[in-house]
Design a protein around this ligand. Structure first.
Ligand SMILES: Nc1ncnc2c1ncn2[C@@H]1O[C@H](COP(=O)(O)OP(=O)(O)O)[C@@H](O)[C@H]1O
Ligand SMILES: [Mg+2]
Length: 139
């Protein structure tokens, strides 16, 4: 797996905005890492790279939020509160995952069964220094 060393939030921003340029309709990006590793923050920078105008807010209580002002629609999921992958399926996640937008899923490891086979994954862990993160990327 490709490993990217992130030294600070500015590196996260550079990674996110660059990744945004590569995203295509129907891309699903899984963000897997503990609380505070920066899944929402990375999503915010990907949104910025897509040209999303609205302020991105965490979808913790809504499961999914949609943004339509960027180059591609962005569907931002946080599945932390779901009890099963089936619950996500029942919400109609396939409409999003196989639609014309980009889906980003925080805590995606909890719903692995319903993710498309081609899902891109970033595993995020804390580094040694404050602000440091290690991204393990499957792409
Ligand atoms: N390199 C970094 N990348 C992302 N966030 C960082 C980084 N360094 C520090 N932070 C801070 O860590 C916190 C991450 O919070 P958040 O994005 O909500 O995490 P998560 O969604 O994974 O729980 C934010 O307060 C952010 O400013
Ligand atoms: Mg979050």
């Amino acid at each position: 797996m490709r490993e990217v060393i992130i030294r600070n939030e500015e590196d996260t921003r550079a990674f996110g905005t660059a990744l945004a340029q590569q995203l295509k309709p129907g891309t699903v990006l899984a963000l897997i890492g503990n609380l505070g590793t920066g899944k929402t923050t990375l999503t915010k920078y990907i949104a910025e790279g897509l040209g999303v105008k609205e302020t991105l807010t965490s979808p913790t209580f809504t499961i999914v939020r949609e943004y339509h002002s960027g180059r591609l629609p962005l569907y931002h999921f946080d599945v932390y509160r779901l009890k099963s992958a089936e619950e996500l399926f029942d919400i109609g996640c396939d409409e999003y995952f196989y639609g014309q937008g980009v889906s980003i899923v925080e805590w995606a490891d909890q719903v692995a069964e319903v993710l498309p086979e081609e899902t891109l994954c970033v595993f995020i862990v804390y580094g040694q220094e404050e602000g440091e993160r290690i991204y393990q990327c499957t792409f």
